[in-house]
Structures are given as structure tokens and as C-alpha cells.
Ligand binder design. Sequence first.
Ligand code: AMP
Ligand code: GLY
Length: 421
Amino acid sequence: MNVGIIGSGGREHAICVSLKNSEKTNNIYCFPGNAGTSLIAKNINADLADFEALKKLIQKFNIDLVIIGPEKPLVDGLVDYLKKNSIKVFGPNKIASQLEGSKIFTKNLCKKYNIPTAKFGVFDNITKSLSFLKQCKFPIVVKADGLAAGKGVYICETFERSTNAVQEIFNGKFGEAEEVLIEEFLEGEEMSFFVISDGKSFRKFGSAQDHKRVLEGDKGKNTGGMGAYSPSRLENELLDQKIIEKIIKPTLKGLKDLKTNYVGFLYAGLMIIKGEPFLIEYNVRMGDPECQTILPRLKTDFLKVINTCVDNNLNSINLEWNEEKSICIVLCSKGYPDEYENGIEIEKLNEIKLEKNNYIFHAGTKIKNSKVYSNGGRVLNFVMKSKNLKESRNNLIKVIENLNWKNGYFRKDIGFKVIKK
Ligand code: AMP
Ligand code: GLY
């Protein structure tokens, strides 16, 4: 089969590598991909917002199946568009993608189906928001409704901070805002929980713990993710069962009641409090960098999994997983998540000899005359799978230190809650 991947991050490179190892994969095309994908697939420059141009390219290259990595094209309805044009595609449709596209849609669904989540209120102007905030206990969380590339969430310690957040949101910092979401601050431990769904049935697709903050000790600004390990240290059968019964099943039922269904990866961002799961948010895709830790652990042929899912036949296969744990350290550009420079050569990348069960997935990179340059905030993902997370982490740190990329920054403490000193 010829397969197309939409996206250009570490998640998409990991998907590309898994597909490459699949028996039935013929050619892989990445729209637009990165330096890493260009070594095993064909990168095609494309504007992901121009659906018609994308469709033409997909047809031109005789692509049999399209896998969509990031949320934006999903929320914008690329799945619906491609399906209408008889192109086989993996990912949720536009209505189902509201689970990530609108935080208020998800909160209302939680309320209707009794899904455990932080208590919340929705307000349609600044005055009402502020009079509510005056009576609140702090910290409190203020959120913009739509996609905001991870930036529309304010954890506010004081009334002043929350006032500022509400004003920024209504003043259009994240696009025109009709409403704001204000919710209770939940204190617990976060977990990323994944399922794959074919519209009729679903399976768990691993768990992971992401480190979103830029500095060691989970301090500093929020980022897309500085590293992760899988499975989450919180994972156990009882918790899985609670997540599935209290959160996943009612959500899928809610979509069914809206006369739609869910095909694709569903990522539940959870807060676990005293063994009980609360939904913080949904994402309608794999996590990045969680995907880079989960896919190397999958033993079942990846293309077969995706294909069976698109054919609504997930029940017909078994998902098998490697017993080993995996960990990912993200090397980013100095200055990320604020200002950083692009186009800086990563000189020694080609000299790195990877051991077995060791992977480098590219994220913000581009290639020119066989040289690799940085091209984004998160640049490279170093992943290792083994029985011992501490050994893996030490090994990855050594690899990154040997690379000695002067413009790079990474956290040495990924997995600190599970790796003892
Ligand atoms: P979100 O984009 O909704 O996942 O929010 C980004 C991050 O903000 C989450 O990963 C949490 O760390 C934090 N967060 C969001 N909502 C809450 C909440 N109600 N209580 C505590 N932390 C939260
Ligand atoms: N790692 C967080 C995310 O993918 O949204």
C-alpha cells in the first residue's frame, strides 16, 4: 500500500518509521515531513490548509491510505473532505474532532454524561467572568475555547492574574472569543491515556506521562512536551477500567447520540487524584512526544492496525505490546518555547551510531545538501526502549551530550517521578 502522512513533527516521524517496518507498506509520502522522514519516505511540500491541493497530490501519488497526525487539519474537517472524495483516511471527522477543537463542547458533554472533570462555568463577557472570579478560591484555571497550540490555558494564582487572562482571551489573543471557560484547579498527577477506535469498538493504545514544562522539576513555561515515558507509572488494571467505564465509554456514547462516531486515536489528558481519573482535556490524535514512546512498544504490524481500523474491523485483530518501557528526551532550540533561532546546523548528527532499541525521531528539522538544520522549537527526539528507565535515560543523555549541539537544550530529569536517584 502507498501511505500518506499529514504532519511534520516527531510524532509523524515515529509513525513513518512504524509504517516502514510494516509488511504491506509500499511507498510513504509525508506532507510535508522533516529531515528524518525524508530519509525513509518522500516529503511533499504542501499547504495543509488547502484541501483541494492536498487531494490532488494524494491522487497523483496513488496514495491508498492517509494518516493525519496533528489536530488542526482534523478540526478543520480534512477527514470529511477526503472521504467525500473517496480517499481512505485515518482520523476523526469534524464533529468528533470538536472534542479537541472546543473545550466547551467537551465540558458540556462531560456534564451531560456525568464524566468526571473539574467543576466549571462558561461566561460570555468580561463583566460576568470577573464577578464570578471574585467569589472563587485560587488557584483557578481560565481557558480559551478553541485550538490555541497549547497556549490558551492559564493557571491563575490570584484574582489579578485571572482578570488578565479573561481580558486577553476576550481581546482576541487566540482568535475571536465568544465565551471563556473557567474551571476548578485539580491537584493530582497527570497521565496521558490513549485509545484507538474504529467507530464500532475501541482498544486501549497505551499510556504515558508527558513533561510539559520547559525546566527541570516540572517548572517554567508550558511547552508542547519536553519528554515522556511509557507506560505511565500510574497505570494499573483497576485504573484502566475506571478510565474506560467513566470517561471513554460515555464519551463515545455521547458522539453516537450526536449521530456520529469516532475513528482514530483518542488521547485523554487525565488528572489522577487518589486513584480516581478526572478528564482535563481530549486530544483527537496521538500525543507528541507520547507517540514516540508508545509506537516503538507496539509489536503488532502498525499498518495492519490502522487499516483494520479504517475498515471498521478492529475487533478482528489483537494488539500486542512489548514488555519493555520506553523513554523520550526532546532536544529543543535554546529559547523555546519563547524566541529561538532556526536554520542552525546539527553537525554531528550523522556520526551517531544508534544501539538496538534506540531511536532518533526528527521534529523541527530540514535537510539541505545532506546537512541537517534546525527548523522549529522542538528539534529531535531521543528514544530508548529497555527494561530499566534509568539506564535508558543515562544512555540517551550520553548520546545527546556526544551530539554536542551548541544551540540545543534538554531536560535531564524526564521520568523523575518514576526513576529513583
Ligand atoms: P490543556 O491544554 O487543557 O491540557 O491544559 C494544559 C495543561 O494545563 C494541562 O496539561 C495541565 O497541566 C494544566 N491544566 C489544565 N486544566 C487544569 C485543571 N483544571 N487543573 C489543574 N491543571 C490543569
Ligand atoms: N504532549 C502533549 C500533546 O501532544 O498535546
